[in-house]
Structure formats: structure tokens, C-alpha cells
Write a protein that binds this ligand. Structure first.
Ligand SMILES: C[S@@+](CC[C@H](N)C(=O)[O-])C[C@H]1O[C@@H](n2cnc3c(N)ncnc32)[C@H](O)[C@@H]1O
Length: 212
């Protein structure tokens, strides 16, 4: 969460209540097992966009335990279809169990590096009207460039954590120099080449429309 906006974010989160026992169970699991999942205020915005954009076919890069995937599926409704990619076998399995607990059958899970899976999907000429990028930040531009080719006209790409804990404009630990530099250049590229907005909430959210 961006430090400067911490109180505003905390206030927003305090107003959000969740009753779905499975969603609550996944949140608890993520907290107890240090699985990074989308924060609540970002989750609400993600659901809102998916619902209001009437998304029916979504791609997610970074499944983790299936938390955001299930939010996207719920927001799409019964005829929604989600393709989601996860590199870690254990998380892939946990997500599989979580998807089984829902009433959705339109889920395609891929196990592997998104750098390998995305070209496979592109070759199959798959198109998506919503793409959620939420995996290794140092590779965001690589993921984006392939994903963008699969975006439907009037589609949208949602990138989470794009301001990387505020390290793009504050002091940061030296070990993050490569990621910070890549993300900073990526943001310049998005502003120059795409229809892009950068939103300073959660950990920074980037939205890109397919129109440019
Ligand atoms: C922040 S978590 C995703 C959280 C999930 N979207 C949610 O909000 O419930 C990022 C996930 O991306 C996965 N990941 C990292 N690099 C990846 C890659 N190159 N390809 C596919 N998955 C990757 C990690 O294993 C991790 O589970």
C-alpha cells in the first residue's frame, strides 16, 4: 500500500464488508500463509470494472490461490470465462481446489511461466476483453506487450502494484533497483504509447484501454 495514502486506504477498507464464507476463508489463508493477494479496495475496484464493463472473457497473469480469479468470475456472472496462469505448482493446486468450490465451470488454469504460456495463447488467437496483470513486477512490460495483442477492441488491461510500494518515487532498498528502473520506464512507455491512466491507490493501479 502506498504509504502516503495509507489512512485513506484504511478508511476505505474499514467500510468494506464481506459475507461470502469462501472469500473470507481465502483471505484468512492468504494472510496466514503469506500469499500476496489483491488488497480489498483494489479488489472492489476490480470487481466494479469487470461488472460495469460487462466482461465475459478474462485473462489473469498470476493466479496465486485463485482469490482474484474468483472475484473476477463472480463479477462476470455465470457465462464468464477465465483463463489464469500461475508458475508455482503448490499455488496452482490450491487455486484448483478453490475454483472447484465455486459454481463456475468456465475456468482454464495454466501452470507455468507466463512468458511461455502467453505466446501459446496468442498463437491460438485467443482474445480477451479484460486482462489482469498481477505477477512478477520486473516482467510487467514483457507480459503487457504480449497480452496487449490479445486484447479485444474496447477491452481493458488492469495492472496491479505498478507503483511497487512507493519505491518508484521514494528511496528504495538497493536490491530493488532493477525492478524499480524497469517499472519506471514501463510507466513512461505506457503514457507515450497507450491510452493509460495511473491511479495512486492500493499499491498503484494502471489501466490501459485497447484504443490508442
Ligand atoms: C500477487 S500474486 C497474485 C495474486 C492474485 N492475483 C490474487 O490477487 O489473488 C502473484 C502470483 O504470480 C505468480 N507468478 C510470478 N511470476 C510468474 C510468472 N512469470 N508466470 C506466472 N505466474 C507468476 C506468483 O507465483 C504468485 O502466485
Amino acid at each position: 500500500m502506498l504509504e502516503e495514502l495509507k489512512k485513506a486506504n484504511e478508511y476505505i477498507v474499514s467500510k468494506i464488508s464481506e459475507n461470502d464464507s469462501h472469500i473470507l476463508e481465502m483471505e484468512k489463508f492468504a494472510l496466514e500463509n503469506n500469499v500476496p493477494i489483491v488488497t480489498k479496495e483494489v479488489a472492489k475496484y476490480l470487481e466494479f470494472l469487470v461488472r460495469t464493463q460487462k466482461v465475459k472473457k478474462a485473462l489473469e497473469i498470476g493466479t496465486a490461490i485463485g482469490y482474484s480469479g474468483i472475484l473476477i468470475l463472480n463479477a462476470m456472472g455465470r457465462d464468464g470465462n477465465l483463463t489464469t496462469i500461475e508458475i508455482d505448482q503448490e499455488r496452482y493446486n490450491q487455486a484448483e481446489e478453490n475454483f472447484k468450490k465455486t459454481s463456475h465451470d468456465g475456468v482454464q488454469q495454466y501452470l507455468g511461466d507466463a512468458n511461455d504460456i502467453l505466446p501459446i495463447l496468442e498463437k491460438k488467437e485467443e482474445k480477451y476483453d479484460f486482462i489482469f496483470i498481477d505477477a512478477s513486477k520486473g516482467q510487467y512490460q514483457k507480459f503487457f506487450e504480449v497480452a496487449y495483442k490479445m486484447l479485444e477492441k474496447d477491452g481493458m488491461i488492469f495492472i496491479d502494484n505498478i507503483m511497487f510500494r512507493g519505491y518508484l518515487y521514494n528511496e528504495y532498498p538497493k536490491r530493488f533497483k532493477t525492478i524499480v528502473t524497469k517499472l519506471d520506464k514501463f510507466i513512461d512507455y505506457l503514457y507515450e504509447e497507450h491510452d493509460f491512466v495511473l491511479l495512486p491507490f492500493g499499491d498503484g493501479v494502471g489501466l490501459i484501454s485497447s484504443k490508442n
